[in-house]
Write a new protein. Structure first.
Ligand code: ASP
Length: 356
């Protein structure tokens, strides 16, 4: 009897201890407050928003031919990402493949056709982020990698690091079989002319015969970015750039810096930025927008406007696109225009250039 009582007591104590032990560990496996789960997301609610840079984009600076080229490429990029989301693919893949389309086009300042640094070379930056896990990857100051956003994704998926730079990043990409191209693949005549003009200007030499193409690119921004939310409610964001024309070699902008040029968090939003990177770094623009939504409860559009105002007040210019956990889309910019567009599962879509 006594023996039975003791064994029942032991069993109760161990059960009690077990339950006590389980509680904190259960709590630990809960998603931390900064990482979002994916609450109440309707699977039919998916969307993608993109940008192809901000700058001196006005109707008077645009030819019909050029307008058509941008319109078509932006549409192709949107359709690519949208198709991935529509067949149930994830937002990371949609963002990456969408950016690939723009990296492969010389129209934008990313991949082929990226702007040149002060030595006449390409040094490319890119980053990508998963809003569900807050996993992220970035590359900075790389040359030769055809699609830097693929290298950023590789850093995210295949290393314990967040950012690789320069030769280390290139060697890593080569080792993993990413496609490389010669310098001549990336460099276009337009970019060479822009560099010359920027360097002449620096020396006080004014060029009088400025073509329409050159004028259009005066603002120098042509960075590309995409933000998507998939059927599971996961938000992803990515950005890819050549940086700024005539940048000092070795200069790194906001694009590969998580929280500055790119950010995604399922709790709040996904963001991709374009503009004078130094200001987007100083304001931690993308993360600032997320914070304004999370802690100040601002709607997405107000959050973006707030950050762009902060950047403008400091003397910076550019723009940002965003998408929140309800698949609302917004953008904000203080330049004359921004190449941008969105496509949503509710059958709404648009591509816009100017500030009107
Ligand atoms: N933000 C980029 C950078 O500063 C430039 C751009 O958006 O075009 O590197």
């Amino acid at each position: 009897m006594k023996k039975q009582f003791i064994s029942t007591l032991c069993l109760s104590i161990s059960l009690l201890l077990f339950t006590q032990c389980e509680k904190p560990s259960e709590k630990n496996t809960n998603t931390p407050t900064t990482v979002a789960g994916t609450p109440q997301h309707s699977p039919e609610n998916f969307a993608i928003v993109i940008h192809g840079g901000a700058g001196t984009i006005t109707k008077s600076n645009m030819t019909d031919e050029r307008r058509k080229a941008y319109q078509e490429k932006l549409q192709e990029a949107l359709d690519t990402g949208y198709a991935i989301l529509a067949r149930g693919g994830n937002s990371l893949e949609a963002v990456q493949k969408t950016i690939n389309i723009m990296e492969d086009s010389p129209l934008f300042n990313a991949g082929k056709g990226a702007v040149l640094n002060s030595l006449g070379k390409n040094e490319l930056d890119a980053s990508i982020m998963d809003g569900k896990t807050l996993n992220t990857g970035a590359v900075a100051g790389v040359s030769g990698i055809r699609n830097p956003i693929n290298a950023a994704r590789l850093v995210m998926d295949s290393t314990k690091h967040v950012m690789l730079g320069g030769k280390g990043a290139e060697d890593f990409a080569r080792l993993h079989g990413l496609t490389f191209e010669d310098a001549s693949y990336f460099i276009t005549e337009d970019r060479m002319r822009q560099l010359k003009r920027a360097q002449d200007k620096e020396k006080g030499i004014e060029t009088h015969s400025v073509s329409l193409n050159d004028r259009l690119d005066e603002g120098k921004f042509g960075t590309v970015g995409a933000v998507a939310i998939d059927k599971n409610g996961t938000i992803a964001a990515g950005t890819s750039t050549g940086g700024m024309t005539n940048k000092k070699y070795g200069r790194i902008g906001d694009t590969p810096i998580i929280g500055a040029g790119t950010y995604a968090n399922n709790l709040t939003c996904g963001i991709s930025c374009t503009g004078t990177g130094e200001y987007f770094i100083r304001t931690l623009a993308a993360h600032e927008a997320s914070n304004l939504i999370q802690y100040k409860k601002l709607p997405l559009k107000d959050a973006l406007d707030n950050v762009i105002k902060q950047i403008g007040d400091l003397g910076g210019s550019g723009g940002m696109i965003g998408l929140d956990k309800e698949a609302n889309i917004a953008w904000s910019f203080n330049t004359e225009g921004m190449y941008r567009g969105f496509k949503k599962s509710d059958h709404t879509q648009s591509i816009e250039f100017y500030n009107d």
